[in-house]
Design a protein around this ligand. Structure first.
Ligand SMILES: *Cc1c(COP(=O)(O)O)cnc(C)c1O
Length: 246
């Protein structure tokens, strides 16, 4: 009997491959290619060694949710990584984020003018290239969730486009409800926000990304048009300790 080769690949790298396959299949079902959907591997609470393992498997796009954590981890990892900051960002953390992570590719979570202004000034101050931002929209109406109200979305986009020359408005992001059965409604809501924004600004919909879908619902999100999924625990394993505060 031929023995299987010993597993040389770590669990996270194997899980990444499975996720990429599922993403590709879901993209196909929505009439797109795997390349049309970006996978942000959300590594919050996970050690640098595990990020490295997924990097060595060929992945380049990673996400973090706590400023203190990305500021510690990013300098220990290759500059080739495209970091996404995902979720709510506090204005008073913007400076340290920009300073420690020159390879920050995108902030997915701008949800008010103040943080947009801080990011704009911060980018200008360090002289880096314009920073891509997604506006976070609260599509579930839960008061605990950050994000701009859908009705205020167009105004915030206009603020970024007209008032923040160092930011590049790239689209909208949302976090669905924890109960996955209701996320389709949240995703529909984000799509209608995109339609409204694109109409108001006169831009084509393919120039406005939709970041929606996490471990529990990324395939569904892709089928509903997501261009950017944020997958943490399905790649890195369950998070061992509860979310610490920033
Ligand atoms: C942690 C986190 C994710 C990833 O969550 P999983 O359910 O582990 O995939 C995605 N988006 C944001 C904003 C997060 O904070």
């Amino acid at each position: 009997m031929v023995m299987a080769a010993p597993a040389v690949e770590g669990a996270a790298a194997t899980a990444l491959r499975a996720v990429l396959r599922r993403v590709g299949d879901a993209a196909m079902r929505s009439g797109r290619n795997a390349d049309d959907v970006r996978v942000v591997a959300v590594s919050k609470t996970k050690p640098v060694s595990l990020v490295r393992q997924v990097y060595d498997a060929g992945h380049r796009c990673f996400g973090e949710n706590y400023v203190q954590e990305i500021v510690e981890k990013a300098p220990q990892l290759p500059q080739e990584i495209e970091w996404h900051f995902v979720g709510h960002l506090q204005s008073n953390k913007v400076k340290s984020l920009l300073a420690a992570v020159p390879n920050l590719a995108m902030v997915e979570g701008v949800d008010n003018e103040k943080v947009a202004n801080h990011l704009d000034r911060g980018v200008s101050a360090i002289g880096r290239k314009p920073l891509k931002v997604l506006l976070q929209v609260n599509t579930s109406g839960e008061v605990s969730k950050s994000g701009v109200d859908p009705s205020a979305c167009v105004d915030l986009v206009k603020h970024v486009q007209l008032g923040c020359p160092n930011l590049e408005f790239s689209g909208l992001m949302t976090i669905g409800m924890p109960d996955y059965s209701s996320t389709p409604e949240n995703f529909m809501k984000l799509r209608s926000c995109r339609a409204e924004v694109c109409r108001a600004l006169g831009i084509p919909e393919n120039q406005c990304e939709l970041s929606m879908g996490m471990s529990g619902d990324f395939e569904q999100a892709i089928e509903m048009g997501s261009t950017n999924v944020r997958v943490g625990s399905t790649i890195f394993g369950p998070r061992a300790y509860p979310n610490k505060k920033q």
